[in-house]
Design a protein around this ligand. Structure first.
Ligand code: BT5
Length: 312
């Protein structure tokens, strides 16, 4: 956002301020203040003119200036009403050298899951991809996926949803006690780097927020269906704040993940190119790999599709 408009918002966040006072503080003309206020109103900041000056009465919008305003994490926001895939756009920005940008869309027309699968992303969801340039090794990259899952599950719980994590990258809502679930969130992490260093890493997080689960693929649920609509601006702000908190404290990720894990203690089947591994999920390692106790041995798997099975 333009620095002057940011400064005006900062001033208004403490209560009403008169036009002349703003002009004095920011060393601009009163006409310029008026012009910036008009532009903020166009960006859907509800600014009223009262006896004490301009007053910010609400932020209803879901767009870049609104999400950046009051965001307590160091990300800039690029917002689109519609986009093919936020991950594709984030990759373009990463290739141009960008860092710490959250690409957010109201709707995606070509949302992607893992392994070229489709991700359904109608208007009303929270579809966000975060361009990061972390100082980690590629082996640590799965931690960023776990951090995204922890952040999203935490914020979904704040919204009143009984959210849990299914290893490695889904946030789900349990159905019954047998490990069955509906999928609320999918995460697609993409990266580029060399053997010993990550160049960029993009967690792409898709939350079925204010959408009807009926219109989504079978087995999906949404925040609307579980707990009613959320304020998407506040939701995505909290998500970015929680993600930021964990990426600067990598040691905190796995313990937090364990607390939220639906998978631990479950009988699971993980599909690997070398064949399926079936057994009880007993733990995850410091780098986020799943440890499975099969009939014969303990196997560590670092990636793959994981299915929860009914207990035997
Ligand atoms: C994922 O893949 O779960 C990762 C999804 C990542 C989506 C985000 S949205 C923001 C960013 N931009 C993108 O283009 N992508 C990311 P996977 O584990 O492969 O699961 C995909 C499967 O989930 C599909 O084959 C469907 O069965 C199912 N699915 C598709 N859309 C869904 C939805 N909205 N909710 C629940 N399940 C869905």
């Amino acid at each position: 956002m333009n620095e002057t408009r940011r400064a005006i918002l900062a001033a208004l966040s403490d209560g009403p301020v008169s036009g002349p006072a703003l002009a004095d503080d920011l060393e601009i003309s009163r006409a310029a203040v008026w012009k910036h206020i008009e532009e903020l109103r166009e960006a859907e900041f509800a600014i009223e003119s009262g006896p004490n000056g301009y007053e910010l009465v609400g932020v209803d919008a879901y767009n870049a200036p609104a999400i950046e305003f009051g965001l307590e994490a160091p990300f800039s926001v690029e917002y689109h009403d519609t986009l093919g895939s936020t991950n594709d756009r984030a990759r373009e920005l990463a290739a141009d050298g960008a860092a710490d940008v959250a690409v957010i869309a109201d709707e995606q027309t070509g949302g992607r899951g893992r392994l070229e699968r489709e991700w359904s992303a109608p208007s009303g969801g929270v579809w966000v991809s975060i361009v990061t340039r972390p100082e980690i090794t590629p082996a640590q990259a799965p931690l960023y996926t776990l951090a995204s899952a922890v952040a999203t599950a935490t914020v979904a719980r704040e919204a009143g949803v009984d959210a849990w994590i299914k290893w490695p990258n889904d946030v789900v809502v349990p159905v019954g006690d047998d490990g069955d679930y509906r999928k609320l969130v999918g995460i697609l992490t993409e990266m580029e780097g060399e053997m010993d260093r990550v160049d960029w890493l993009i967690p792409g997080i898709g939350v079925n927020a204010n959408v009807d689960a009926d219109g989504l693929p079978e087995g999906a649920t949404s925040i609307r269906d579980e707990a009613g609509d959320v304020d998407r601006r506040a939701f995505v702000q909290r998500l970015l704040e929680e993600f930021d908190r964990y990426r600067i404290d990598l040691d905190a990720i796995v313990p937090a993940w364990r607390e939220l894990a639906l998978t631990l203690g479950q009988r699971v089947r993980v599909e690997l190119p070398s064949g399926d591994v079936v057994g009880e999920a007993v733990d995850i390692t410091d780098s986020g790999a799943l440890e499975i106790e099969t009939d014969d041995e303990r196997v560590t798997v670092s990636a793959g599709d994981c299915e929860h099975l009914r207990p035997v």
